[in-house]
Design a protein around this ligand. Sequence first.
Ligand code: ADP
Ligand code: ADP
Length: 229
Amino acid sequence: MSTLSIENISMRFDLPNGTHVQALQDVSLELKTGELMSVLGPSGCGKTTLLNILAGFLAPTEGQITLNDHRVTGPDAERGMVFQQGALFEWMSVRENVSFGPRMKGQREAEYGGNVDHLLEVVGLKDFKEKAVYELSGGMQQRVALARCLANDPDVILMDEPLGALDALTREKMQGLVLKLWKETGKTIVLITHSVEEALLLGERLLVMAPRPGRIHKEYRLPFAEMGV
Ligand code: ADP
Ligand code: ADP
């Protein structure tokens, strides 16, 4: 059982001209294993900042983050990130992208190969594993990004508008895939979205943020919407 908790987080960016942006103000929340929380809020309300803090990419000005009772001070393999787009190695093959994490950990093909092939099958890219990423459609690239994240077997998956750049039909298919993965893997997922519809569809919990300075406006627990997955 893992719990990711953030306590009284504030984030202030000091700008070169002497002014500052208070991106987050006193945000606290707790995420238990297997919870799926979507984060909704207007542009500039601090969603990406919050996710980067959860990932350990940014150190908050105040407050602390703990994962399973130990304090998080930087990125680690327990938290995986899926970005909106563009974070893949486009010149490398699909399979090389998904294998990247395990290889960085020093694993050999014999250790990671089976799992990587399994994940490529799960995201429906079995027949495309030798293709270069730049040859694929946007939806397929996002499926590569999901598989690459899962290959690291993180406890918590942080998604920064992973479906925002996709057309409506592809997005719908990807939403189904995220739900399926969530149910099958039991991972904790935080998903930033601009779409109320997507938040209602995917969120078990829904965090609505308010801007200036970014803070939690309201939190909802939603009846879990079953999609045809
Ligand atoms: P959202 O993801 O909700 O659009 P962000 O977290 O990207 O919001 O940004 C929240 C606020 O913090 C914005 O006003 C943004 O301009 C500011 N901000 C984010 N990152 C930085 C940074 N590195 N330096 C200065 N200001 C930043
Ligand atoms: P997705 O909904 O996953 O984004 P698309 O709608 O972009 O997929 O494409 C639908 C199908 O068309 C893919 O599953 C794939 O079979 C095929 N396809 C799309 N783009 C390419 C490509 N660049 N090379 C080969 N096949 C492709």
